[in-house]
Design a protein around this ligand. Sequence first.
Ligand SMILES: Cc1cc2nc3c(=O)[nH]c(=O)nc-3n(C[C@H](O)[C@H](O)[C@H](O)COP(=O)(O)O)c2cc1C
Length: 316
Amino acid sequence: MAELGVEVPGLALANPLMLASGVQGGTAAALHRVAASRCGGLVSKSIGPVAREIYPGPVCVESTDSVVLNAMGLPNPGVDSFTEMLSQNEFSKPMLVSIFGPDAESVADIAKKMEAAGATALELNLSCPHAKPGSRALIVGQQPELIKEYISAVKQAVGIPVYAKLTPNTAQVSTEAGAALEAGADGVSLINTVSALEVDPYAGRPIIGNLLCGMSGPSIRPIAQRKVAEVALAMRRGEIPTAPILAMGGITTGLDVARFIMLGATAVQIGSALIYGDADVFGEIENELNEFMDVQGYSDLESMRGIALDTMEGLN
Ligand SMILES: Cc1cc2nc3c(=O)[nH]c(=O)nc-3n(C[C@H](O)[C@H](O)[C@H](O)COP(=O)(O)O)c2cc1C
């Protein structure tokens, strides 16, 4: 059997398969349940400064085959309730605690509280609007200067590793990855959902309650792969600092995991696949990955990592 263990700042993973933020990571019960599966690690639901209610429905729909649309509205229990839960629970798998906030000070404050409650690594969800005037139309993750401001504030506030979760909805994601890493991020997570819209022709209106939504699931995997390759190639060329990439977007099989590792990912995250197959998907994907690596003669992840980039060196 191939060696699937991998270490990244703040996390020693028995295999590279992590839960993605937002899918079953909001409560202690859900996190324990996923931890009991064969996942290598967890990522919590994104936690903000105060409790937020879910948007009016429908909030998550598989509109056509392999197309998952959601606009949940970042529902979460708020940092004080989450830290209470965190300090009372020991999870059997390493966990990234995902956080977001309306400005850099708020997110630094949340980060401090999470560290004090026992978090060993953070993922900063940059796909949220910025509260300060002048930038309401854009999310933080589309503005490299704001990314730097947020990451610097969090890095100054805590001693634990910080990952920047990037949006695919920009012209060149290596720019935002570079901004995060230059500001001190210990790794990057990509991609968050792809901006989307779907109409119910019978109702004559958008399908999702919030009207606009984000797209995930198998249909976005090639988009995610391209974004991951853009960042990995920029690292190879020395255009941006080198750091671990946690890759996600549409992973449902062991072959999908191999694809992302071959594009330079260190580990992966899996979200929408749990909507189809629940936490059991981790065991199935791990079996498939093991079988693929055995048949193809890869003894560990390192021997596969980045090999698909070798043919792409000259690309911009
Ligand atoms: C229902 C749902 C809720 C999500 N909530 C969050 C969230 O709270 N924070 C976050 O960073 N990403 C969130 N995401 C994005 C996922 O973490 C992931 O980046 C994206 O769905 C692509 O991976 P997938 O195709 O495996 O789902 C959410 C995705 C879905 C489908």
